[in-house]
Design a protein around this ligand. Sequence first.
Ligand code: PMP
Length: 399
Amino acid sequence: MHSPVRAFGHVNGEPLFIESAEGSRLIDADGEAYIDFCMAFGPLILGHRHPDVAAAVHEAIDNGWSYGTAERWSLELAELISRELPWAEQIRFVNSGTEAVMAAIRLARAATGRQRLLKFNGCYHGHADSVLIEAGSGMTGQAASAGIPVSVSMDTLVANLDDANRLADIFASHGDEIAAAIIEPLPANHGLLPQTATFLEELARLCREHGTLLIFDEVISGFRTGFGGCAELFGIEPDLVTWGKIIGGGLPVGAYAGRAELMQRIAPVGDVYQAGTLSANPIAMRAGLTTLGILRDCKIYQQLEALGSILETALQDIGHVALVRHGSVFWVCLTSEQQNFRHPGSIPASHETGFKACFDSLLANNIYVAPSPWEVSFLSAAHTEADVRAYAGALQSFG
Ligand code: PMP
């Protein structure tokens, strides 16, 4: 396997081998079809093999697939985004969310002349050294992987989600050392832990007060909670934003963006180095351009919200699960207690212990979700009411 969660380690199983995909379905090597609620971990908001995206990719291939020089598709994609999100004045394309985060952090360090970073326990920002740190709520985090130099982890402070007092304490003692605070404004990598507007506003305020740059990592929430992601939803303009997943329509793309004055620090105009052989690859750019064009012009978000509320109603009477949903992102917690989940500590142990049995039961009903208790699920424009009801039915019969 080329990425750990795919390996089915959390569910002690063998991964499905997929031969093809269409709409809301995955088809495995035995010809078995599954309703897919993992959707490649988020990029496929239009579903598998959307015909317009497929046509754009085919057309791109017919014209050559890597030029290593300027082309117009990345400019069109950047312009489309900047028109809708005027605070994202300049955009740089990279190849993954991890790369986008790495570069945004370097830029923040250069712009502030500070070294430290603040992240939140339970938020994932890709696998760069400085963010692969999450343990507990100590002042500096412990690396979540072998091979991360202590000198790097010492520079990452870890705060708790939904804990404004602790956050204020950290800023009071270290505010003038922190280059950037990075957060998933809709934390979706340890279950789904929606934050209150008050908490995010307080974070933005503390950042402003201490000259710390605010980075919204919208790799999942960008173009998902609405075209403008959480920045638009909460009316908070981050200094920098990182995107991935949907921005490439299912091809490898990441991006970071912000005010021109900041972005101009990046080479070749500025002194912050960041480069990529395959960055702004024409195939990926056209997949992204087509996907974002559809999201801007069609009523996809309303359609997804309607489908999400059907799911919500269908799960309402199932006593052994609690649904957390934001538009087309959802997470089902295996617990009979309905509550607000706002930080990792609020998730009961029953969820992790029960997950394997639930996953197996869904799979036996030809429903595929990510093989980990901590991954969220996604609805796409290709899912139907019948798909959602099949999911609810399978959950009902489990447990
Ligand atoms: N940030 C967030 C919020 C993510 O969810 C992810 C990936 N799931 C990343 C960054 C890293 O993106 P990638 O896997 O494309 O490197």
